[in-house]
Design a protein around this ligand. Structure first.
Ligand code: NDP
Length: 328
């Protein structure tokens, strides 16, 4: 039998955690033949709720689960971790300034980065889901100097999947017929879903749809504001779709993108497409053998350029703000 893979999930007692854990335990994160050891990290006041979720996990009798630990200590939670899903974060509350939000999250992601640096397995892969995800990932990464920077990523896969769903509806095709869509920049309202390189059944998506009004006034805002629309409709924020995207992100990272296709991941920039080196920004990426690579050589038109630049500017401002706060 294979050695279990240790997966650490923070904020495990939260909404996304509840949707995520059962899918990991059933084998959808890493594969139906890969046993997993689950480490649930929570803040002390949520440990009891995490224990309740763990009782339900027990009751599913998942054959792949080799153990579940519930912890409120980051050092223990990340010890030997092969995959870390950083979901728990400080939500923005009414009247909270952006600086306060960044500072509160610095208090979470700095010690978690240090704990990953100190104790995670050599092959650790980190996905940050908790918002502001890109900057939280940057904070954690900057406190893990011994871990290669490319192991810290942030999630834009939900935005990517939302964009696929909108494009498939517009084109009247299945999402299976779509390829090469890209989310650029920050996981925020400034994100840019790009269909200029996307394909619908092998043909250029922007040319096939040929509707600039829809692109500007419908598609882009619908994708960017989808989270708010779900809160409005459901009375609670998206959780199952966020968990599903987290599963997709790690699954693709570990198992590779399909030949001729790519995905969207926020990864550390090497300066590609004019994104300042070191920022954790969303790009088109291919993955193979557990490594990602930014797709190179795409032509960026003026419409896309302006939108990518605006989102990257926001990321640079967030980086400057956390630098000023001494968090990186
Ligand atoms: P959720 O599980 O709903 O959300 C968790 C995080 O994911 C939030 O930062 C949320 O951002 C973010 N997120 C990213 N993408 C999405 C998306 N598409 N839809 C919704 N959320 C998204 O939050 P809960 O409050 O239910 O649970 C959080 C848990 O984390 C709590 O149990 C809390 O105790 C725990 N926690 C743990 C910490 C730790 O382990 N050290 C630290 C802090 C909290 P947004 O706020 O923008 O919705």
């Amino acid at each position: 039998t294979r050695t279990p893979v240790t997966v650490t999930i923070t904020g495990a007692a939260g909404q996304i955690g509840y949707a995520l854990l059962f899918r990991i335990a059933s084998g959808q994160l890493l594969g139906a033949d890969v046993p997993v050891r689950l480490r649930l990290l929570e803040i002390p006041q949520a440990v009891k709720a995490a224990e309740g979720t763990a009782m339900e996990l027990d009751d599913c009798a998942f054959p792949l689960v080799s153990g579940i630990d519930i912890l409120d200590d980051a050092a223990k939670a990340f010890e030997g971790a092969n995959v870390a899903l950083l979901v728990g974060a400080r939500p923005r509350t009414k009247g909270m300034e952006r600086g306060d939000l960044l500072e509160a999250n610095g208090g979470i992601f700095k010690p978690q980065g240090e704990a990953i640096n100190a104790g995670a397995a050599d092959d650790i892969k980190v996905l940050v889901v908790g918002n502001p995800a890109n900057t939280n990932a940057l904070i954690a990464q900057s406190h893990a100097p011994d871990v290669p920077a490319e192991r810290f990523t942030a999630m834009t896969r939900l935005d990517h999947n939302r964009a696929l769903a909108q494009l498939s509806k517009k084109a009247g095709v299945s999402v299976a017929d779509l390829r090469r869509l890209t989310i650029w920049g920050n996981h925020s309202a400034t994100q840019y879903p790009d269909i200029f390189h996307a394909e619908i059944a092998g043909k250029n998506a922007a040319e096939t749809v040929n509707d600039q009004g829809w692109l500007e006034n419908d598609f882009i805002p619908t994708v960017a504001k989808r989270g708010a629309a779900i809160i409005e409709a459901r009375g609670a924020s998206s959780a199952a779709s966020a968990a599903s995207a987290a599963i997709d992100h790690v699954h693709t990272w570990v198992n590779g993108t399909a030949e001729g296709d790519w995905t969207s991941m926020a990864v550390v920039s090497d300066g590609s497409y004019g994104v300042p080196e070191g920022l954790i920004s969303s790009f088109p990426v291919t993955t193979k053998d557990g490594k990602w690579e930014i797709v190179q050589g795409l032509e960026i038109n003026d419409f896309s350029r302006a939108r990518i630049d605006a989102s990257v500017r926001e990321l640079a401002e967030e980086r400057d703000a956390v630098r000023k706060l001494g968090l990186i």
